[in-house]
Design a protein around this ligand. Structure first.
Ligand SMILES: CC(C)(COP(=O)(O)OP(=O)(O)OC[C@H]1O[C@@H](n2cnc3c(N)ncnc32)[C@H](O)[C@@H]1OP(=O)(O)O)[C@@H](O)C(=O)NCCC(=O)NCCS
Length: 203
């Protein structure tokens, strides 16, 4: 668990404490609510249902950033969808999504979620992939252009070892701004690494 004290600048007043923790179990998620600004993937009530569902999946993991009972940010891991080529790889885990409420952004919460999630030794047993669809990016509320946002995501993911890889995965190539990043855990066998590399380009 990481505790962050969020201070508003330039006033210097404390907005509140944020606890970053996980994997959070479904029973705990059911007692919380999602901040209303968390709308990048679906409306907050539906997104909370999705988080609860993921937390019950095999290898599903939810990390939350919480101010009291309110989730103000979250990060998910799950197995790739059966429609994705990565579901054919036995050691691939997907970083499904990361989101922080606009009210709490640019205070290190997103980075803390990534650091907490990648401090879990279980990630060393997997190749974690992040399939970043640019249509989920919040260009309006971050006030960033597409290429600056893309760079911000690549740089932020790189800090936890997620490196950008070229691929012909149609999920990525259908929109040039999309990004595919992966992190190869320390305990992944050479055979599984070679299989991953051979799956980057299938056509
Ligand atoms: C991407 C996102 C999770 C970042 O959350 P956050 O709490 O603002 O992240 P942090 O405060 O830890 O910032 C991470 C880095 O990005 C930079 N950054 C974040 N927002 C920025 C902005 N609007 N303009 C410039 N830089 C920005 C920070 O300065 C920081 O860089 P540093 O580590 O060099 O200081 C948040 O913007 C978000 O929820 N976006 C909508 C959902 C989304 O795009 N998810 C990703 C696709 S799955």
């Amino acid at each position: 668990m990481r505790e962050l004290e969020i201070v508003d600048s330039p006033q210097g007043t404390t907005r509140g404490e944020v606890n970053v923790e996980g994997p959070v179990q479904a029973e705990l998620l059911e007692k919380m609510h999602l901040n209303k600004g968390l709308t990048s993937f679906r409306p907050p009530d539906k997104q909370l249902e999705a988080l609860i569902k993921i937390s019950n999946l095999p290898e599903g993991m939810i990390y939350t950033a919480r101010n009291d009972e309110e989730i103000i940010g979250y990060l998910t891991f799950h197995y790739p969808s059966k429609y994705s080529r990565w579901s054919k790889h036995p050691r691939v885990l997907e970083l499904g999504g990361i989101e922080v409420s606009p009210d709490w952004r640019r205070k290190g919460v997103g980075s803390a979620l990534l650091e907490e999630a990648f401090a879990n030794p279980i990630v060393e047993n997997y190749i974690v992939v992040a399939i970043e669809f640019c249509w989920h990016w919040d260009l309006r509320r971050t006030n960033l252009g597409l290429s600056s946002y893309r760079k911000m995501m690549i740089d932020t993911f790189k800090k936890v070892g997620l490196e950008k890889y070229a691929t012909d995965d149609p999920d990525i190539t259908e929109e040039p701004a999309n990004v595919f990043a992966a992190r190869i855990g320390k305990n992944v066998s050479l055979q599984d690494v070679s299989l991953f590399e051979s799956m980057l380009f299938l056509h």
